[in-house]
Design a protein around this ligand. Structure first.
Ligand code: UGA
Length: 454
C-alpha cells in the first residue's frame, strides 16, 4: 500500500521505517530540512538501537521529503505523528496537529485515504481533525471530484529503546474509526504484522511466543482512550510499587521479594513493578496530566491517576532526602549521578528523574556531577546552563565524591567495575536509585549501600 507519515519523531520514524520494511511504499514528510537530509543519508536523528540498520533494510521502499505534495497524493493511509507537547495547564498543545491536518487536506487527491492520528491526542481529537481536514479541503479551488477521506486512531505502544521490537512484535494493534471502510484499510495495512508473515530483520529475531498479534478494531473514542488508559495504568503500577517500597523500608520488608511475590500473580503480572526513583520520559507524565485535564473538562476528578503522579514526584524528593539523612549536610558536598537519560538505551532527557534530582541537589548547595554513556551530547545541547555539571568520564564523577546515585539502569553501570572507583571517593556512599545493585557485593567492595526503598 502507499503510505505517508507526517513527522519523523520517535513514533513517526519507527512507523514509517517499519511499514517500509514490511513492503509498503512509504514517504515520510518532515518540515525540518536538517532531519530529512540526515535520514536521506541513512543517519538517524535519534538514538534508537537497530533503527539505522532497519533504515538500510527498508531503504528501497522509503522516501524522505519536506513536501506534503510529494507524500500525500495517492496515499491509502496518511499517518500524522507530530509532537503534542504539554500546554501549561496540562492539556496537550495541538498546534502542530492542526497545521499538519490542514496541510494534508491541501494535498489529498486519492479516491479514499485514511488519515490516522498516531500521536497521542486527547479523546475527541479524531472528530476535531476530521473537521479541520474538511474545512481545509473545502478551501481548495483544485479539489478533486472523486476524493474521499476518513479519520482513524491507531495509538502507538512502543517503548523508546525497544521501538523496533515493539512495532514488529506488538502485544496488540488498536485501530479505531467510526467508518468501517477506514478500519478495513488499516486491517489490510497491518496484515503482515497481525499474521506475522514477514521475515524479521537479521538483528531482531521474532520472539518464540509471537505467532499472531491480536487486533482491537473499535470506534474512535475508544481507541483514543485505550492509549491514555494503558499509559496511566503502567505509570500507576510503578508508583504503586514505589509506594509499597517506602512502606517496606519502614516495616523492614524487602521490596524486591515483595514485588516478585505479588508480580507472580498472573492477574498482577511482574512487569513494571521495578521500584526506584520513578518514571520519566515524554509519555507517562504528559499522558497522566492530559487524562486528568480531559476528565476535568467533564467535571470529573481522577484521584488515582493524580496519586500516581504525586508518588512519582515524591520519589525524586526522597532520593535527595536519603542523601541528606546520610550526609547530614548537602552544602558543598559533591554528588555524582550515574545516568541522565530517563531510562537506558535512549538519549531522551524529557522529564528525566536525573534532571529533577540534580536541580534539587543544586538548590540545596551540593556540587553535582552527571554522567551518561549516550545522552551527554544531547544534554549539552538542550540544557546548556547545566552542561558544566556533565562529566565525560566516570573518574570525573567518582573523584572526591561524597555520594553516588545510580539514576538510570544503563547496562554499563550494572557491569561497572565498582571496586576500581571506591578508592576515588571521599565517602563511598552509593544510593541505588533503581534497586538493582547487589547490596552484599557493594558492601564487600567498601561502599555504604543505601536503598531507595526497603
Ligand atoms: C511508555 C510505554 O511503556 C509505551 O507502551 C508507550 O507507547 C509510550 O510510553 C508512549 O506513550 O509513547 P516509554 O516512555 O518509552 O514508553 O518508556 P517505558 O519503558 O515505559 O519507561 C517509562 C519510565 O518508567 C522510565 O523512566 C523507566 O525507567 C520507568 N520504569 C519502568 C520504572 O521506574 N519501573 C518499571 O518497572 C518500569
Amino acid at each position: 500500500m502507499k503510505v505517508c507519515v507526517v513527522g519523523t519523531g520517535y513514533v513517526g520514524l519507527t512507523t514509517g521505517v517499519s511499514l517500509a520494511f514490511l513492503g509498503h511504499e512509504v514517504t515520510c514528510v518532515d518540515l525540518d530540512q536538517e532531519k530529512v537530509d540526515m535520514l536521506r543519508g541513512g543517519r538517524c536523528p535519534i538514538y534508537e538501537p537497530g533503527m539505522e540498520e532497519l533504515l538500510v533494510e527498508a531503504a528501497q521502499n522509503l522516501t524522505f521529503t519536506t513536501s506534503y505534495a510529494e507524500g500525500v497524493p495517492g496515499a491509502d493511509v496518511v499517518f500524522v505523528a507530530v509532537q503534542t507537547p504539554s500546554a501549561p495547564d496540562g492539556s496537550p498543545d495541538l498546534r502542530y496537529l492542526r497545521s499538519a491536518a490542514e496541510s494534508v487536506a491541501q494535498s489529498l487527491d486519492h479516491e479514499f485515504t485514511v488519515v490516522v492520528n498516531k500521536s497521542t491526542v486527547p479523546i475527541g481529537s479524531g472528530n476535531w481533525v476530521d473537521a479541520i481536514l474538511r474545512d481545509s479541503f473545502a478551501t481548495r479551488a483544485d479539489r478533486p471530484e472523486n476524493c474521499e477521506f476518513s479519520v482513524a486512531s491507531n495509538p502507538e505502544f512502543l517503548r523508546e529503546g525497544n521501538a523496533i521490537h515493539d512495532t514488529l512484535f506488538p502485544d496488540r494493534i488498536v485501530i479505531g474509526s467510526d467508518n468501517p471502510r477506514a478500519l478495513e484499510v488499516l486491517n489490510q495495512l497491518y496484515r503482515p504484522l497481525i499474521n506475522q508473515t514477514f521475515t524479521p530483520p537479521s538483528f531482531q529475531p521474532r520472539p518464540d511466543d509471537t505467532t499472531a498479534v491480536p487486533l482491537v478494531s473499535t470506534d474512535l473514542a475508544s481507541a483514543e482512550l485505550i492509549k491514555y488508559a494503558a499509559n496511566a495504568f503502567l505509570a500507576l503500577k510503578i508508583s504503586y510499587v514505589n509506594e509499597i517500597g517506602q512502606l517496606a523500608g519502614k516495616v523492614g520488608a524487602d521490596i524486591t521479594e515483595v514485588a516478585r511475590g505479588i508480580g507472580l500473580d498472573q492477574r498482577i503480572g511482574s512487569r513494571f513493578l521495578e521500584p526506584g526513583v520513578g518514571w520519566g520520559g515524554s509519555c507517562f507524565g504528559k499522558d497522566t496530566k492530559a487524562l486528568i485535564a480531559t476528565a476535568s473538562e467533564y467535571k470529573y476528578d481522577m484521584p488515582i491517576v493524580q496519586a500516581a503522579r504525586d508518588v512519582n514526584q515524591r520519589q525524586r524528593e526522597i532520593a535527595v532526602e536519603r542523601l541528606q539523612s546520610e550526609l547530614r549536610i548537602l552544602k558543598g558536598r559533591k554528588i555524582g549521578l550515574l545516568g541522565v537519560a530517563f531510562k537506558p538505551n535512549t538519549d531522551d532527557l524529557r522529564d528525566s528523574p536525573a534532571l529533577d534530582i540534580a536541580s534539587l541537589l543544586v538548590a540545596r548547595g551540593a556540587r553535582v556531577k552527571l554522567h551518561d554513556p549516550i545522552a551527554g551530547d544531547r544534554f549539552r545541547r538542550e540544557y546548556p546552563d547545566m552542561a558544566p555539571h556533565l562529566s565525560d568520564t566516570l573518574d570525573g564523577v567518582f573523584d572526591d565524591c561524597d555520594a553516588i546515585v545510580l539514576v538510570t539502569k544503563w547496562a554499563q553501570y550494572l557491569e561497572l567495575d565498582w571496586g576500581k572507583f571506591v578508592g576515588l571517593m571521599r565517602t563511598p556512599i552509593v544510593l541505588d536509585g533503581r534497586n538493582v545493585l547487589d547490596q552484599e557485593r557493594m558492601e564487600r567492595l567498601g561502599y555504604k549501600y543505601i536503598a531507595m526503598a526497603g
